[in-house]
Design a binder for this molecule. Structure first.
Ligand code: 13P
Length: 245
């Protein structure tokens, strides 16, 4: 990382963790002393418990939020209500939401606007599939996801997460060169085409980040942190992500 930007270690717990595991995680990390931002996104029905029991430094987020504050949206999560209970950030456009639940660019744009309107930080996720990479379409996919999903948005509360779909949960991490190329491309694309501030917008990498590879990933000047699935579930691993970052 460079340019004086902060480092973010964000755990995306997906649909995991029992109440007992959460208790144990929060107890064990209470003494973590890190210079990095420590964020976690538990599954929605565990958010309140995490907010109740968390140490002060830890910020809690949602894995998703709706495009409206209230109304007939069965099963959705209101950004206004998330803010009201003390949620700090939300993921938007995770590849699992895009591919399993059919969330497209227009909806993701609306969700982002609403979340920002409610003063939530947004981690906007983008990334190509293996087929798209093999077809040489990485830059095309990333530029479309950025310009459709974040369009005219100009906010200091937006973070971007580059998560190549083929690296998520597979144990295959993008090589330092692949990650570096994508992150450079994203920062430059923002600079030339978007209203976000290309120098200050944090760009995180996600996809099989572990305590063993986080240092090398973060040695890249355009990578400002990790969005971590599996390796964020256990406290000792989450602590080691911070220590090694
Ligand atoms: P893994 O770290 O388990 O590959 O998951 C990455 C991810 O999807 C984080 O949002």
């Amino acid at each position: 990382m460079s340019g004086g930007r902060d480092v973010y270690i964000v755990g995306n717990w997906k649909m995991n963790q029992s109440l007992e595991e959460i208790d144990s995680f929060l107890n064990q990390i209470s003494t973590l002393n890190s210079n990095n931002h420590a964020w976690i996104a538990p599954q929605a029905l565990h958010i309140s418990k995490c907010l109740e029991k968390k140490p002060g430094f830890l910020k809690v987020g949602s894995q998703n939020c709706a495009h409206e504050d209230s109304g007939a949206f069965t099963g959705e999560l209101s950004p206004k209500s998330l803010k009201e209970i003390g949620v700090h950030f939300t993921l938007i456009g995770h590849s699992e939401r895009r591919s399993l639940y059919g969330e497209g660019d227009d909806l993701l744009y609306k969700k982002t606007l609403k979340a920002l309107e409610n003063n939530l930080y947004v981690i906007f996720c983008i990334g190509e599939t293996l087929e798209e990479r093999e077809a040489g379409k990485v830059e095309e996919v990333l530029s479309e996801q950025l310009s459709n999903g974040l369009r005219d948005i100009n906010s200091k509360n937006v973070l971007i997460a580059y998560e190549p779909v083929w690296a998520i949960g597979t144990g295959v991490t993008a090589s330092p060169e692949q990650a570096s190329d994508a992150h450079k491309f994203i920062r430059n694309f923002i600079k030339e085409n978007m209203k976000l501030d290309s120098q200050t917008t944090p760009i995180l990498y996600g996809g099989s980040v572990k305590p063993e590879n986080i240092k090398e990933l973060l040695s890249n000047e355009d990578i400002d942190g990790g969005l971590v699935g599996g390796a964020s579930l256990k406290a000792d691993s989450y602590i080691n992500l911070h220590k090694n970052a």
